[in-house]
Write a protein that binds this ligand. Structure first.
Ligand SMILES: Nc1ncnc2c1ncn2[C@@H]1O[C@H](COP(=O)(O)OP(=O)(O)OP(=O)(O)O)[C@@H](O)[C@H]1O
Length: 253
């Protein structure tokens, strides 16, 4: 049974459909990239999966349960598109990450040792163990992004949904975060990753789904890692490097 099953999903903003009849399934342990040009509907689709925007049509099932009835959100980790982790309310990195444990806790109960351990482990995974007690508004943009990734990891998700998680993060940290996600994939976590670039996780991806204008235009082989097609005769381009649409990039498939 898929951990995520999207069928005929349509999402509209002000009467304009920006996700149009999308089918997308993610199997347990599968790593899927969601690609496509700016404005193609990637973020909107995963916000719908995360229950943040309503569907105008179609259905979403999580772990075999209709999203409307789904309550087990601790099985899902979500890293939103970069907005910064600072909320205006002063909070430490550890406090933001501990929000990822809320669904594990009984309402109003203080955090248990397991929660505190998960928070510490997640901060350590993203390389911010030393910053646990720093106020997030004193952290750099890239560090704030790592806090949001740690928050999603802290729930020990079985499905990790990430919206361009490494935008604004330096190459070395990107590689380290890719290793963290790869470890979760090895441990059986499914991943749905919105990404523009063929980053360090490329060779761990099982599939790529490409959206163009709200529709799926490719669902299959992920892009080949750079290097494999770096022969001199190969015209090397990325879908967003020169205004190409996803369809151009995928040869109109
Ligand atoms: N809250 C909103 N209200 C109205 N329109 C929106 C809203 N959010 C997104 N849109 C529009 O919906 C379309 C799809 O946007 P979306 O952010 O899902 O695309 P995307 O593929 O994630 O783009 P990007 O790669 O730039 O993040 C765009 O035309 C965008 O302008």
């Amino acid at each position: 049974m898929p951990v995520l099953n999207v069928h005929g999903a349509t999402v509209s903003y002000g009467g304009r459909a920006v996700v149009r009849g999308v089918d997308l399934a993610v199997a347990p342990g599968e790593a899927v990239a969601l690609m496509g040009a700016n404005g193609s509907g990637k973020s909107t689709l995963i916000k719908a999966v995360a229950g943040l925007v309503p569907l105008a049509g179609g259905t979403i099932e999580l772990f075999g349960t209709a999203q409307k009835r789904f309550r087990d959100w601790k099985r899902v980790g979500y890293v939103p598109q970069r907005t910064g982790a600072a909320s205006g309310v002063p909070s430490t990195a550890a406090e933001v990450v501990s929000q990822g444990r809320l669904a594990h806790r009984l309402l109003g109960m203080p955090s248990r040792r397991a929660d505190r351990d998960a928070v510490a482990r997640s901060l350590d995974e993203v390389g911010l163990a030393d910053h646990a007690h720093c106020s997030v508004d004193t952290l750099s943009g890239g560090q704030q992004q790592r806090v949001l990734i740690a928050r999603a990891l802290a729930t020990d998700p079985e499905l990790l949904i990430m919206d361009e998680p490494t935008v604004g993060v330096d190459a070395e940290t990107q590689a380290a975060l890719a290793a963290v996600v790869a470890d979760r994939i090895d441990a059986g976590c499914a991943v749905l990753l919105v990404t523009h670039e063929l980053g360090p996780l490329t060779d761990r991806l099982d599939r790529a789904v490409v959206l163009a204008d709200g529709r799926v235009v490719h669902d299959g082989e992920p892009p080949r890692p750079v290097g494999e097609h770096a022969d001199p005769g190969h015209q090397h381009s990325h879908p967003h490097s020169n205004g190409q649409t996803a369809e151009d990039f995928w040869g109109g498939k």
